[in-house]
Ligand binder design. Structure first.
Ligand code: FBP
Length: 264
């Protein structure tokens, strides 16, 4: 079956809202508003995201197939309590994801971890099944563990994006190290695998727009962003501007003007 990468794309670009931090970090990331999954689903819809990333528990209890924003089911995950070599085992099957209405699945590989091989094997199985069912696969490629001296180094990030291509991932989700030339090489190394950039901890709005301009100029296909949207008190204004930057190449200068307009 043909893999439908267009499931989570618009005009060849991607804008995903990530909300799996409750498992990865715990509710320390949340306040009274964004602790409620319905608040996030509302942002995903009104912010016109091309997909929402959830773990299975939230999808089961809050996501309806008729919702209108495609679901990306995250199939593995872990807490940040265990401080040893990172490993995140599969927690949900492709079958369950499809039953919940998923239009794509995601899986984290801790590149360089002592347990890398376990995750590669699990990923390969998941990818095979997802592709047989026509579902695109996003690999969170996060270099981490004792063997990784600097997880932001160009070398290890490019190695990770290339791994995504070698493994057959449709998209890799990576962190931006703040160097646009490094990102160009990382995107080039990924070949036909599309590169999505994660948001990270909440940044100043201006730096978020500045980085987004660089990210898109470097050839990435879009953002898969969480805290930098839903931790703000104006998530819809920020989403609107980011959307324009991703889908309509809005420049940084125009983004600032647009943002000020949205705030009025
Ligand atoms: P953010 O945009 O909030 O950084 O989310 C992106 C993401 O990949 C989430 O999907 C995931 O929960 C989190 O980052 C994991 O980040 P880390 O492993 O660095 O704690």
């Amino acid at each position: 079956m043909k893999v439908k990468i267009s499931n989570i794309m618009k005009k060849g670009k991607v804008f995903l809202l990530a909300y799996d931090q409750g498992l990865e970090h715990g509710p320390t990331d949340f306040n009274d508003k964004n602790v409620d999954p319905n608040y996030i689903l509302d942002i995903a819809k009104k912010g016109k995201f091309t997909g929402i990333i959830l773990q299975k528990g939230i999808a089961e209890k809050y996501y309806k197939k008729s919702f209108g924003v495609p679901l990306i089911l995250k199939l593995n995950g872990k807490t940040n309590l265990e401080q040893g070599e990172p490993i995140a085992y599969q927690l949900c099957s492709v079958k369950e994801a499809i039953k919940l209405g998923a239009k794509a699945v995601g899986y984290t590989i801790y590149v360089g971890s002592k347990y890398e091989a376990v995750m590669l094997k699990e990923f390969a199985k998941i990818e095979k099944e997802a592709h047989e069912k026509g579902l695109p696969v996003i690999a969170w490629m996060y270099p981490r563990g004792n063997a990784v001296k600097n997880e932001h180094a160009k070398y290890i990030l490019a190695y990770s994006s290339r791994m995504g291509l070698e493994l057959g991932a449709d998209f890799v989700k990576m962190k931006y190290n703040g160097n646009v030339n490094d990102l160009k090489w990382i995107v080039k190394s990924a070949g036909k695998t599309k590169v999505l950039i994660a948001g990270g901890t909440k940044a100043l709005t201006m730096s978020l727009f500045h980085e987004t301009e660089e990210i898109m100029k470097a050839g990435a296909s879009g953002l898969a962003i969480g805290r930098n949207v839903w931790q703000r008190n104006d998530p819809l204004a920020v989403s609107k501007v980011l959307r324009e930057m991703i889908f309509n190449n809005l420049s940084y200068d125009k983004a600032i003007k647009e943002y000020r307009k949205c705030k009025k």
